[in-house]
Design a protein around this ligand. Structure first.
Ligand code: APR
Length: 254
């Protein structure tokens, strides 16, 4: 770990973390850049995650989200999720922003997350907005996938939709406003497990840098943020984060 980075972290009072699908990859949850399988093989994720796709073929899209929900329910938080939760328990001012729609950060002990792209476990009625209570069982979906007719709202009979933000839809205003403030006010900003291609979430990295934060990327691969960040810790989040926390703890107690 570079001494200059550790020195910057030693004096950091406020830390903001932006996570992407790569943080859940080591839990076995596919990222967006992973190829789709089975029924959805011929689609790019971005083609399914749109209001138009849902209007055109609700059963295909609802089946895809149920397949993803089943994968999340079967998954466990990994060392990356747990390291992030541990950091927040040790430092007072850590803001966690995620692009992920799974609940693995929460199941690892993180709270107060800013979910910029919604939450898989929080579907709601497309007509009246009423939240829809999912049953806790893991949906039994065949390996190759399955079309599933979306449920109907108990209040108005409208069609239920996934609780995620689709391409072309606005981000939740309060979460976005808080995320911008957290990027502008932090001393250290981490972008972990994100390809940094989807806006406006990815713009938070440059915003933090321009506001004077030290910016750190944790990713095994190159990303669209390579030219923006101060440090790129190349590797898996579940490997790098425990080592970083250990080194950080050492200097905090030294
Ligand atoms: N540790 C850290 N990073 C990893 C790991 C890992 N173990 N495995 C993969 N990655 C990295 C990949 O190199 C990639 O850069 O995670 C990133 C995942 O990128 P995407 O699949 O594009 O996911 P994300 O950046 O979260 O996508 C943003 O796009 O499709 C929309 O709304 C969707 O929230 C999603 C958004």
């Amino acid at each position: 770990m570079e001494p200059s980075l550790l020195e910057a972290l030693r004096v950091a009072a406020r830390v903001t973390i932006l996570t992407g699908a790569g943080v859940s990859a080591e839990s076995g949850v596919p990222t967006f850049r992973d190829r789709q399988i089975g029924l959805w093989e011929r689609f790019d994720a971005a083609e399914l995650a749109t209001p138009q796709a849902y209007a055109r073929d609700p059963a295909l899209v609802w089946g895809w989200y149920e397949w993803r929900r089943a994968a999340v329910l079967r998954a466990q938080p990994n060392l990356a999720h747990r390291s992030i939760a541990a950091l927040a328990s040790k430092m007072p001012a850590v803001t966690l922003i995620t692009q992920n729609v799974d609940d693995l950060h929460e199941r690892a002990g993180s709270s107060g997350l800013l979910h910029l792209h919604g939450r898989l476990m929080r579907p709601y009625c497309q007509q009246c907005g009423q939240p829809y209570a999912l049953c806790g069982d893991v949906p039994e979906i065949p390996e190759g996938g399955q079309r599933i007719d979306p449920p109907r709202c108990a209040t108005c009979g409208g069609r239920v939709r996934p609780g995620v933000v689709w391409f072309g839809e606005p981000l939740p205003a309060e979460e976005w406003r808080s995320a911008v403030l957290a990027a502008q006010r932090c001393d250290a900003f981490f972008a972990i497990g994100t390809s940094a291609v989807v806006q406006p979430a990815a713009s938070l990295i440059g915003l933090a840098r321009r506001a004077g934060a030290v910016t750190v990327q944790i990713n095994p691969d190159a990303t669209a943020a390579d030219g923006v960040v101060d440090y790129h810790l190349q590797g898996k989040a579940g490997v790098i984060l425990p080592a970083l926390l250990h080194a950080w703890h050492e200097i905090l107690i030294s």
